[in-house]
Ligand binder design. Structure first.
Ligand code: SAM
Length: 261
């Protein structure tokens, strides 16, 4: 099917992204609990029903899965990075964790009441295929909910501006993640009742060293590795010049929801 919004990403770039997540899995979300904080906001906004069959898609170490589990759901989680799934299984043995590509979900039609995904839909090679797969494995009336970074930028630190400024030094296809037209993607896959709300987190950060370490322990590692070495050092120096004491990590995300109707 041809869809006007459809963008496919270079498979080599997305495979490299999964390799990066494999490498950072041991420290992912440990420097600043950014993804855990957003998972809590997502769960509070969505309101999981006890007993619901929930799939956490591209689950990482299971930030969203843990929230669903805590609310009495029956939780399955998949991720393409084997080290992420290993950590998820160790930390959350009650979750059924599988190494699986989001484009080829090995579940029968109508297996889940809810599919959730934190900060991953903008990373996939062909999001339209993932939307179709999610629709297939949801029951009629099932809900797909996912977060993507963004919204009016309330940042209290210089990282977003530095990312934008230094982006011109990335090679073509460098960094990680591409904008997703979520409404068009939902509509193209036949979902109904599409809505978006803004989530916000506001976390204390001891200083520039912690912000830098955080940047090296999640997907932005791909951005830093793609910068030429001298530009990476310049980025780091600018960060340390601009953040000279404790600060806060204040960010927004969009939580999109749609129903199979
Ligand atoms: C930013 S992390 C988010 C992880 C988790 N949802 C969270 O909120 O902490 C993105 C995750 O997407 C996974 N991922 C990327 N491409 C994937 C694919 N094609 N299939 C399954 N998982 C994928 C990565 O391995 C990584 O764990």
């Amino acid at each position: 099917m041809t869809r006007g919004w459809r963008t496919r990403h270079d498979p080599a770039v997305t495979a490299r992204g999964i390799e990066v997540f494999d490498r950072v899995a041991d420290r992912y979300d440990e420097v600043i609990p950014f993804f855990a904080a957003f998972a809590g906001e997502l769960a509070d906004s969505l309101g999981f029903t006890a007993g619901a069959r929930v799939l956490d898609l591209a689950a990482g170490r299971g930030a969203v899965a843990a929230e669903a589990l805590a609310r009495g759901c029956r939780v399955t989680a998949v991720d393409a990075a084997a080290n992420m799934v290993a950590r998820l299984r160790a930390d959350h043995p009650a979750v059924a964790g599988h190494v699986m590509d989001a484009h080829r979900l090995g579940f029968p039609d109508g297996s889940f009441d809810v599919v959730v995904s934190g900060f991953a839909m903008h990373l996939f090679a062909d999001p339209a295929v993932v939307f179709d797969e999610v629709r297939r494995i949801l029951v009629p009336g099932g809900v797909f909910a996912f977060t993507v970074p963004g919204g009016p930028d309330p940042a209290t630190d210089p990282l977003p501006e530095l990312f934008a400024e230094f982006g011109r030094y990335l090679p073509p296809g460098g960094g990680m993640g591409r904008p997703l037209d979520a409404r068009a993607a939902f509509t193209g896959a036949g979902f109904a009742g599409v809505e978006a709300v803004t989530l916000t987190v506001d976390l204390p950060v001891a200083g520039a060293e912690v912000l830098w370490e955080w940047g090296l322990t999640h997907g932005s590692l791909a951005y830093f590795e793609d910068l030429p070495a001298d530009r990476r050092e310049e980025f780091r120096a600018r960060l340390f010049a601009e953040v000279t004491g404790p600060t806060r990590l204040r960010r927004q995300a969009q939580l999109w929801t749609g129903s199979t109707g």
